[in-house]
Write a protein that binds this ligand. Structure first.
Ligand code: HEC
Length: 92
């Protein structure tokens, strides 16, 4: 029982994040494209990522760097969604 409680506490913040209303405009989490467009146009035009083709590993590196720059405006889950989206649509 104690273990189960620990597990619940561990995951509680994640649940909270998922229930929090979207941070930005058009940040529909069900739509990776909309999420990408909302998060990745905050500092530079979307052409910045769109003009590139990268491997999944390279996108992971870039998006992780952008997440760091964003000062918390891009969550872990959102970064994962964008990495997947870009790897699939702008992969090489
Ligand atoms: C907080 C501001 C900020 C946000 C948000 C941001 N970027 Fe950037 N981005 C930058 C800055 C500053 C640079 C240039 C410096 C650098 O490359 O680190 C850059 C450069 C880039 C580059 C060119 C460099 C490279 O490695 O190819 C790509 C591609 C890119 N961003 C993609 C993205 C994607 C995808 C997202 C959304 C997940 C995103 N950015 C969100 C600030 C941001």
């Amino acid at each position: 029982m104690k273990r189960l409680l620990k597990l619940v506490w561990f995951w509680a913040p994640l649940l909270t994040v998922n229930l929090t209303p979207a941070l930005g405009p058009a940040a529909d989490k069900a739509d990776p494209k909309a999420l990408f467009e909302a998060r990745c146009s905050m500092c530079h035009p979307l052409s910045r990522p769109l003009e590139k083709k990268k491997t999944a590993a390279e996108w992971r590196e870039t998006v992780t760097r952008m997440k760091g720059l964003s000062g918390g405006k891009i969550s872990d889950a959102e970064a994962e969604t964008v990495i997947k989206y870009l790897s699939e649509t702008r992969g090489k």
